[in-house]
Design a protein around this ligand. Structure first.
Ligand code: ADP
Ligand code: ZN
Ligand code: ZN
Length: 870
């Protein structure tokens, strides 16, 4: 075996390397939808250095280059192909540990997804560049600034300079530019400096990494001179005197000729002698002072040029800084009891389900549980359904844990995510609060995962894949780490409740609100009767309008919930029944009054609203149904003195817009808040006396097996926003007052809702009794789509028999120009069946691909797998 390789097909294992030790091959996970890791040869330079979890650069295909992650090191040469060499390390420190790799494997297996997709979802952007990634200039990077290129090495300089001229560069461009293949380290450095970013990054807010601090130049600064010399020495006296003289001289010169500069100088001195004198004065802060006006920047520049002031660039961390820690909330007697039961559950080693009514103070218990972990030297992860909805919560956690808690979600900037990632890995952070993607953080020692509002549908990731459920992933993660799980909700999901009753989870009830708060009185408003007695004007019943007026008169606040955005969901021609449809999807378009256009809520299609019917020419176009925008309009007409705000995807898309509305409502600058389900989640407002649910029926008649559960949860949750301090009331408008779900909401009767719904699920064969896997086949051609779905279903039936339902066209049979067919698997909760099903799915998609390769039959057909669909 001593001869060296003659052809590229000969495996590299023949090479004799004498001194070099360590495994010769590495299985690497590429950011591609490949089912498995791919084997590479470890170059001599990396032998013995490389560990699992290292990010490396690897070639793939004829010319592509990716950053991949080492999943396993070994000495087994692949038989079917000659492995290529790993090109180099992306970073000296591994990006993931064994625990993360095991987690990725579990997720890929359980959710039947390529492990490359899991890795892509897991790693922050800068860890997963690939050759098609486009690099753009960071919006705040100013290439004309004097110090724009300071401290860059040659490679970084070359890239930064190229980006000063060009909008974007691909990784390939940069490889050519630098005449080398390994470019990731350079790019990561440029990203960390805020010079470049990935094009795909969404950055709602710029947080500078450095700030410019303004101070008196040392030569004029008596205090600095004093500090620089031994106390009471002659040198000290001389230096102080010289500084005072220099300052005096500067003053006199400016007084004569440069009043604007004098104003700047005085402002700096005023700061240094003021109460915050020990705090740095930043450039932006100084220039905001009203007395400086618009001439501030020029005057400041002159003073800097003259050496009277100096500007020092200081680095600020992207993680939170300067938050004081505070005391844990003192638990009430009831909370203490519940907390003791939580600890018992932890001791038993089972996940705990904290079933506490809205306003019972579940957060206080979470804080205690998290604190207990930190005292033992372990970390805690606090998962929330949507980070945008939790600015309030972050504030409450910071008030207790200060800077020991980090925030992590997909809308943080790439650099922030990297810093939080590293701080979780190093143990610098005790806690992280985050949305679902935070389950991927590489905690050094994870002791506890809290899942707040565990019933919430947004824990389920849908698009892009992997379609995982963050709560279920958290349970796996905590178990693997030997840690604890605390799920909390006022309206637990049927799955979690079922687990509790089966003894898999420990349920801890918390049935009363904290303090003097009572649960609100819930009443139904019978729209049928209101219509008969002509008390229905627009979409507000007279009953609701009267209560609304009374609450406003009393100086209290109101939340109105309508689960549709836009103005009207359909526009219809009264003459010929024409309804505008999306050109790409099988849905009607929603009318938006503000922009006077028709929009599709499934794709981005929009077009101007017509003034007459394009089919028959009639001008009798009417709006049917109503969304939040229309309610806002009606309120403006009927309550002209009330201050109304709307919170939905159109007004609160970004985190900041959302925070502004929440803050305004908190500060009572808003009387009535109208919104979609954004207003239902986790908000804690003192002044809300009345909650109105405008259309319960739309929630109840959704064609999905979870619709009843979701409707109950939504209504109970939004009701829970009322009366957090003092009595509150809830009015639910409906055409169907007899609906059992509504009765349960009125009576705050979770137990009966749960029993009835569970009976239905058992009867019809749905979770939590069976497991579902949904396969969606899509294609631009309806016929090919149906053929491919039938082909796939046939193969599945061979393996799973009657457990396979479909294919059928779903309620919306076309989205973004792709036709859809669905196959539903209903599986017993049994590991053997689960394995058989996953193997059959893989086999089926493989055969679909083979058949396409052979005769092009199903070209462009796509199959999406959704395990435990929501
Ligand atoms: P939940 O999440 O169960 O709906 P919250 O945690 O939002 O309830 O608590 C409701 C309100 O009661 C909050 O304003 C919270 O600050 C207050 N509260 C709850 N428990 C305590 C406590 N032990 N000490 C002080 N305030 C508390
Ligand atoms: Zn018409
Ligand atoms: Zn559309």
């Amino acid at each position: 075996m001593a001869s060296s390789a003659q052809t590229s097909a000969a495996p590299a294992l023949t090479r004799q390397t004498g001194a070099v030790e360590g495994p010769r091959f590495a299985d690497c996970i590429l950011p591609l939808p490949l089912a498995d890791a791919f084997t590479y040869r470890v170059p001599d330079a990396l032998r013995g250095e490389l560990v699992a979890g290292h990010a490396v650069e690897v070639p793939f295909g004829s010319s592509k280059l990716y950053s991949a992650v080492v999943a396993r090191l070994h000495d087994e040469a692949p038989r079917e192909f000659a492995p290529k060499d790993i090109l180099g390390l992306v970073d000296d420190a591994p990006v993931a540990g064994e625990a993360q790799l095991a987690f990725w494997r579990w997720m890929a297996g359980y959710y039947a997804h390529p492990i490359g997709d899991v890795m892509t979802a897991a790693l922050p952007g800068p860890f997963r560049l690939h050759s098609e990634t486009r690099i753009v200039r960071h919006p705040d990077f100013d290439p004309d600034a004097e110090d724009a290129f300071r401290d860059l090495d040659d490679k970084g300089y070359a890239v930064a300079l190229a980006l000063a001229e060009k909008e974007a560069l691909s990784i390939k461009d940069i490889q050519q530019l630098l005449q080398r293949k390994t470019v990731h380290a350079t790019l990561r450095d440029l990203m960390a400096r805020g010079i470049v970013e990935l094009e795909e990054d969404f950055q709602p807010r710029y947080k500078p990494k450095t700030k410019k601090r303004i101070a008196l130049a040392p030569a004029l600064d008596a205090a600095a001179a004093e500090a620089a010399h031994p106390e009471g020495s002659e040198a000290q006296n001389a230096a102080v005197e010289a500084a005072e003289d220099a300052l005096q001289e500067a003053f006199e010169a400016l007084e004569r000729r440069a009043h604007k500069q004098l104003a700047v100088l005085l402002a700096v001195l005023a700061h240094e002698q003021g109460p915050d004198g020990d705090q740095p004065l930043y450039r932006s802060q100084l220039l905001r002072r009203p007395e400086l006006g618009s001439s501030g920047p020029a005057a400041l520049k002159a003073l800097l040029d003259k050496g009277i002031l100096e500007e020092i660039e200081v680095t600020v961390s992207r993680l939170a800084e300067g938050h004081e820690e505070g005391a844990l909330p003192v638990l009430s007697a009831v909370q203490q009891q519940a907390y003791a039961q939580v600890r018992e559950g932890f001791a038993e080693g089972v996940p705990v389900l904290l079933h506490g009514v809205t306003g019972s103070g579940k957060t206080a218990l979470y804080l205690h549980a998290m604190d207990a972990e930190a005292r033992e030297g372990r970390q805690a992860l606090y998962l929330v359904p949507e980070i945008a909805l939790t600015s309030q919560l972050v504030g409450r956690l910071r008030a207790v844990f200060g800077d020991r808690i980090g925030v992590y979600h997909s809308r943080s900037s790439a650099a922030e995510r990297v810093e939080t990632w590293q701080a979780a890995a190093s143990g610098k952070l005790d806690f992280v609060i985050g949305a679902r993607s935070a389950v991927f953080l590489p905690f050094r020692k994870l002791g506890l995962v809290v899942v707040d509002e565990e019933h919430d549908a947004s824990f389920k990731q849908f698009d892009p894949s992997p379609r995982y459920h963050a709560r279920d992933a958290a349970v796996w993660l905590a178990h693997a780490a030997g840690g604890r799980v605390l799920l909390g909700s006022a309206t637990p999901s049927l799955e979690s409740m079922h687990n509790a009753l089966e003894g898999k989870y420990r349920r801890v009830p918390l049935d009363v609100r904290y303090g003097t708060g009572e649960l609100p009185a819930v009443r139904l408003v019978d729209l049928r009767r209101e219509a008969q007695t002509q008390r229905l004007d627009g979409h507000l019943s007279t009953t609701l309008a009267e209560r609304l007026q009374a609450v406003l008169d009393g100086g209290d606040q109101v939340i109105l919930f309508q689960n549709r955005r836009g103005y009207a969901p359909t526009l219809r021609c009264q003459a010929c029944s024409w309804v505008p449809q999306c050109v790409r999807c099988d849905v009607s378009l929603t009318y938006h009054k503000h922009s006077h256009d028709l929009r599709c809520h499934l794709c981005a299609y929009r077009k101007p609203s017509p003034s007459s019917c394009p089919a028959c020419g009639s001008a009798r176009l009417v709006y049917q149904g109503f969304g939040t925008e229309k309610i806002e309009d009606e309120l403006a007409l009927r309550f002209p003195d009330a201050r109304v705000a709307r919170m939905d995807l159109d007004t609160a898309r970004g985190k900041q817009a959302h925070e502004r509305i929440v803050h305004g409502f908190e500060q009572r600058d808003i009387d009535i808040l109208v919104g979609t389900q954004m207003v239902t989640k986790g908000l804690d407002f003192e002044g809300v006396k009345l909650v109105g649910i405008l259309s319960a029926d739309a929630l109840l008649w959704f064609p999905d097996f979870r619709s009843q559960e979701r409707a109950f949860q939504l209504m109970a949750q939004v009701s829970g926003r009322a009366g957090r301090r003092g009595p509150g009331e809830v009015l639910i408008q409906t055409w169907d007052t007899k609906h059992p779900i509504l009765q349960h909401v009125v009576e705050h009767d979770y137990a009966r809702f749960y029993q009835q719904e569970l009976a239905q699920r058992r009867h019809w064969g749905y979770p939590p009794f069976l497991r579902l896997i949904r396969l969606t086949v899509t294609h631009r051609d309806a016929g090919v789509c149906a053929d491919a779905a039938r082909f796939l279903a046939k193969g599945l039936q061979d393996a799973l028999g009657k457990r396979v339902l479909g294919p059928t066209a779903p309620a919306i049979a076309r989205i973004r120009n792709r036709y859809r067919q669905e196959i539903l698997l209903k599986l017993e909760k049994d590991n053997t069946i689960g394995r058989t099903a996953r193997a059959a799915i893989r086999n089926g998609t493989d055969r679909l691909a083979v058949s396409t390769a052979q005769n092009g039959a199903f070209k462009q057909a796509r199959v999406a797998v959704d395990v435990d669909p929501w």
